[in-house]
Design a protein around this ligand. Structure first.
Ligand SMILES: [Zn+2]
Length: 53
């Protein structure tokens, strides 16, 4: 499940598989889906991450 947390004063959406955080829930959901299916991250998705690892 994508979770939300505060990061640098804003709310972000975090992929529970890789802990990368995104400004938009849809990106975190895509990331989590990809991470779950491939056991690695998609550069196309993680380039949008605000918080890494
Ligand atoms: Zn991920």
């Amino acid at each position: 499940m994508v979770k939300t947390e505060q990061y640098q004063g804003r709310r972000i959406f975090v992929c529970e598989s890789c802990q990368f955080g995104y400004a938009e829930r849809i990106l975190a959901e895509k990331c989590e889906h990809y991470c779950g299916a491939n056991r690695s991250c998609s550069l196309e998705i993680t380039k949008h991450a605000l918080k890494r690892g």
